[in-house]
Design a protein around this ligand. Structure first.
Ligand SMILES: [Zn+2]
Ligand SMILES: [Zn+2]
Length: 165
């Protein structure tokens, strides 16, 4: 489906075609929480980078998080590029040069009505703030770090289960 999105002040509008539009993937990592997740987490969608069209590109700033390696203690800049509006601060999408064909818009920036996810994934719970209470539904899946299942695999599984039901 085609997703339309914007920042809060309206300086940036974008559209992107998405095969993976269910907002099921809640990320509780500290970067998502601080940059995009007032409720304790952010929700990433999957889109096709080639289809991304942007108005107001000059207002976009990019943040690359500094990530500390828990084993070596070294700090490194993450290759992941978090795009946000430099005027109002709205988080827009993440793009990573390691997977250049993908783009991950934040559900919070999308204006199109998104489909309601029949179950959710709660990931990076090892980084969750103590004050954040999760309310998992009966079929929700919980992960301390990253799940094995990708955004694409989740959509494939849900689609197949829908057909079997
Ligand atoms: Zn803005
Ligand atoms: Zn995250």
């Amino acid at each position: 489906m085609k997703l339309e999105g914007s920042c809060h002040c309206g300086s940036v509008h974008f559209s992107v075609s998405s095969k993976h539009p269910y907002p099921f993937n809640n990320c509780y990592c500290s970067i998502c929480r601080k940059t995009a997740g007032g409720g304790g987490y952010a929700i990433n969608l999957g889109g096709d980078f080639d289809s991304l069209k942007v108005e107001g590109e000059k207002f976009i700033s990019v943040y690359k998080a500094i990530i500390k390696n828990s084993v070596t203690g070294d700090s490194q800049e993450s290759p992941g590029q978090r795009n946000f509006c430099s005027k109002c601060g709205s988080a827009l999408w993440q793009w990573d040069p390691r997977w250049p064909e993908l783009v991950h818009p934040f559900a919070s920036a999308i204006d199109t009505d998104l489909p309601f996810p029949p179950e959710r994934t709660h990931m990076m719970l090892g980084s969750k703030a103590k004050w954040v209470e999760i309310h998992p539904g009966p079929n929700d899946k919980l992960f301390e770090e990253y799940p094995q299942e990708s955004l694409a695999e989740w959509h494939l599984r849900i689609g197949n289960e829908g057909r079997n039901a």
